[in-house]
Design a protein around this ligand. Structure first.
Ligand SMILES: NC(=O)c1ccc[n+]([C@@H]2O[C@H](COP(=O)([O-])OP(=O)(O)OC[C@H]3O[C@@H](n4cnc5c(N)ncnc54)[C@H](OP(=O)(O)O)[C@@H]3O)[C@@H](O)[C@H]2O)c1
Length: 318
């Protein structure tokens, strides 16, 4: 049978972790943009519902494990772009993807599983530092292997952190505020993270660059977020502050890995690490690359919570 003719601007995109929290938004965006989209999923995956959903949208599901090197290499030879959205505990498994990409030799772009703070630019509390160091090791391995890359700093996942900070699903009177609540963070709706990620993965301007998702309408402090939510819901919340010193103490006394989330909250909402550095000459800011793309402002994200609230999730740390 004659091979299907490749359409202009179409790339075959393979996503590792495509059934996951961030991965599923990336897969959906890839399908939406018309790219033939492959999802690598473990034989024992429990994400049956998501797998069926993605398959019904047109995703090609490939079952396998990271240890099946030859299978990985043959699969990679079928595709152009590889995006990894594996969770933190699987970050070092990406060395197996890098090894297979080197052998395959055809991959035009690899995006490792970053999707958080700009790890090469921030200095954070030790438990989070150890977390970021693993992600930095992957970046260095990609560079050393001469694989064309895009490193993505997506900053705070918007719906993830609205759920975490405001807890709309609990309908409580108290809202916890980390530190003074004044530091600004960048919160980007996951649907936009998916769209930006597919855009940059296939954009020559983002090749061998760090791309930071930092749209101006998405800078917000915890106090501003609470105030917006009060206006929308007509409620007044009781703000319960956790002082910075208490967070630092918890980062030292909580057992691993429970010491990681508190250290992340400290860096995002007390130190403001997603907003407290200037972008350099070589950095690319996603919304500046695509000025015609409508980005969901935090105010609009809260409207989503009013009519169709995204489910709360917890990222995996162990
Ligand atoms: N910026 C933010 O606010 C934010 C928030 C959350 C996460 N993140 C980052 O985003 C990236 C993706 O995280 P995520 O929370 O989206 O990942 P996730 O949903 O926990 O997992 C992604 C996928 O990994 C696959 N997987 C492979 N080996 C696994 C194993 N041993 N156990 C469990 N799952 C395994 C699973 O797919 P199969 O079952 O199909 O194999 C799973 O669906 C990470 O780098 C994380 O640090 C950032």
């Amino acid at each position: 049978m004659a091979e299907k003719k490749k359409k202009k601007n179409e790339s075959k995109i393979l996503v590792f972790g495509g059934t996951g929290y961030i991965g599923s938004y990336i897969v959906k965006a890839s399908i939406k943009f018309g790219h033939p989209t492959y999802v690598f999923s473990r034989p024992n995956s429990d994400k049956t519902e998501m797998l069926n959903h993605l398959q019904s949208m047109g995703a090609i599901i490939v079952k396998g494990t990271m240890d099946e090197h030859d299978k990985l290499v043959s699969l990679l030879r079928e595709v152009d772009v590889v995006i990894s959205a594996l969770a933190y505990p699987q970050v070092l498994d990406q060395l197996k993807i890098i090894q297979a990409i080197k052998v395959a030799g055809n991959i035009k772009r690899f995006l490792p599983s970053d999707f958080g703070v700009e790890e090469d630019r921030v200095s954070v509390l030790p438990p989070f530092e150890a977390f970021l160091e693993k992600k930095r090791n992957i970046r260095r391995a990609v560079e050393a292997a001469n694989i064309p890359y895009t490193f993505v700093s997506a900053n705070c996942c918007g719906a993830y952190f609205v759920n975490f900070l405001l807890r709309p699903y609990q309908q409580k009177q108290d809202i916890t505020v980390y530190g003074s609540g004044e530091a600004k963070a960048v919160m980007v709706y996951e649907e936009d993270i998916g769209i930006f990620t597919i855009k940059v993965a296939t954009d020559p301007r983002a090749c061998n660059r760090v791309v930071i998702y930092r749209p101006a309408a998405n800078f917000i402090s915890q106090l501003e977020l609470i105030s917006l939510w009060e206006n929308k819901t007509g409620k007044n919340f009781n703000k319960v502050h956790v002082p910075e010193e208490e967070m630092v103490t918890l980062s030292k006394t909580l057992p691993d890995p429970q010491n990681i989330p508190i250290s992340i909250l400290h860096s995002l909402f007390v130190k403001g690490v997603t907003t407290n550095f200037e972008l350099g000459e070589n950095d690319v800011e996603a919304s500046a690359l695509y000025p015609d793309l409508k980005v969901t402002a935090v105010d609009e994200l809260l409207d989503v919570f009013l009519c169709n609230p995204p489910k709360p999730v917890n990222a995996a740390f162990a």
